[in-house]
Design a protein around this ligand. Structure first.
Ligand code: HEC
Length: 169
């Protein structure tokens, strides 16, 4: 009797479990659709990504010494790490959704976060050599993504800042 009962109810149980799973997926998908950054990706790029990355990749020339210098680099590397994750979410820019919908975009963003994570570790261990290496990796990701995605004319010209050069120190 019990085995008959089990045989009859097993498919029902599986069906109910699948319904729950589906409902969970649908809820997650609609949450993702609704979620939007309050600024454009271009603004996030200039104010967060660029701003936090510059001091990291110039760190090797500037040779950070004090605890304060290293702590600052660690904070900036953390900002870049989370910044990489943030640019996978579309913001208010005209083509943000098109960018974030591309698999290559997400890969570049994840690589950026990963390289920034290595910069965090380098800053924590106060290692100029390692932070220089992480800085090179970061610049490589920025450049690769810009070659693939950056329009010739910025979609919103906001700060127009130039990146620092070794001669600026
Ligand atoms: C996932 C792709 C991607 C990555 C990674 C990326 N960028 Fe960008 N970046 C873009 C795109 C696309 C634009 C153009 C945005 C626009 O015009 O709306 C842009 C714009 C910018 C701008 C603003 C330029 C302007 O005048 O509008 C700066 C500055 C910038 N990026 C710096 C960086 C730096 C520094 C890094 C690495 C630390 C980086 N970006 C990493 C895609 C990327």
């Amino acid at each position: 009797m019990t085995s008959l009962f089990r045989a009859a109810y097993k498919p029902v149980l599986i069906f109910v479990a699948l319904l729950f799973l589906l409902a969970g997926c649908m809820q997650q998908a609609s949450q993702q659709e609704e979620f939007q950054l309050p600024i454009s990706i271009n603004e996030a790029m200039a104010s967060l990504i660029n701003h936090s990355a510059d001091p990291i990749w110039v760190a090797a020339w500037k040779n950070p010494r004090s605890d304060e210098d290293w702590r600052e680099l660690e904070h900036l590397a953390r900002q870049l790490q989370v910044g990489g994750a943030l640019i996978t979410i579309p913001g208010t820019g005209p083509v943000d959704t098109m960018w974030t919908g591309r698999a290559e975009w997400i890969e570049y963003a994840e690589e950026l976060s990963a390289a920034a994570g290595r910069a965090v570790n380098a800053a924590r261990s106060r290692d100029v050599e390692l932070i220089a290496r992480a800085g090179d990796e970061i610049v490589e990701v920025c450049e690769s993504c810009h070659i693939d995605f950056k329009p010739d004319l910025p979609t919103m010209n906001i700060y127009g800042e130039l990146s620092p050069l070794p001669s600026d120190k």
